[in-house]
Design a protein around this ligand. Sequence first.
Ligand SMILES: *Cc1c(COP(=O)(O)O)cnc(C)c1O
Length: 370
Amino acid sequence: MNIPFFRYPHVFEHHREIIEKALISVSAKGAYILQSELQTFEDRIAEYCGAEYAIGVGNGTDGLEMIVQAVGLGPGDEVLLPSHTFIASASPIVTHGAVPVLVEIADDHLMDPEDIEHRITSRTRAIMPIQLNGRTADMDRIIEIAEKQDLILIEDSAQGLGSRYRGKMAGTFGVAGIYSFYPAKTLGCLGDGGVIVTDDDDLARIFRQLRDHGRDESTGEVVRWGRNSRLDNLQAAVLLAKLDLHVEEIEIRRNLARRYHQNLKNLSQLLLPPPPEDGDNPVHFDVYQNYEIEAEDRDTLGDYIKERGVGTLVQWGGKGIHQYPALGIKASLPGTEEMLRKALMLPMNSSLTGQEVDYICEQVIAFYSI
Ligand SMILES: *Cc1c(COP(=O)(O)O)cnc(C)c1O
């Protein structure tokens, strides 16, 4: 068997017909920038997430950067976020002169509410949970702390489209949130893409201006400094075509996660992600963007199953954002560091079959039987 960690061609091949149709139709019309497919896609994403507004942007990182700007975070302001995330969660904070302050993670690899309050100072202005691996953090506790401490809540839901906590979508808990359409995300486009969601009229208007050179949508007049970060209409058309299948693809991922859990739960050497919760009203509805396990000997385990044709990935090279010496972020995070030493992602995507998951699990079990 040969099971790569991710099958990039599948992003196109799996939906070839509807994608080709969308690309040809948009190209033939010459409808490239800020056209009806983008508008329709924004309406559909807003509806899917239960947000008032969705604003398509060039990528998720730009979206976060525009949120940081629009809510007025600046020099000296501290923003709380976990260290187990992509550097793209922190760079938008630094771009505007604000300071990332790092918080420990809990067993599910998400921001640990128990550690938040210790990190709050007189300069703390905002809190940014990362809805990592397709799971939503314990938002009840996080919102409680944000309200008590008067903090702005921003969500990095780049990996969280479709994920819910007590029935509410990741990305819709704070003043604004983002999703990324990077090809390997649960809803991937053919390049870079992202969207901001918000319920706030003023913020939505500002995001539309910021992404389009500071121009006001109705008058075309430049009303502020902006940038160029629009979601391409071609990408919007592709995403619109794929959006209908997103719920189905999440079900595939949840079934694969159930299968991993069933197969591996008796291995005491592994810490597995929480399995999908059944029933109509789960606390966590996870979409399994990733399947990230912990193993004491993750490097030798990864090598062993690689020799047997299974690709794995250590997310972001196994480093938290306080572990890039060039960036100079200092933090004491022993729990996060221990987890980062052990974390390993097994293949998880909608091209994977149940038989492939069984094969992967057999190799993992074999590793622990030698
Ligand atoms: C993918 C990702 C981003 C960045 O999204 P892009 O669209 O690639 O800019 C930000 N945060 C997290 C946690 C991500 O996984």
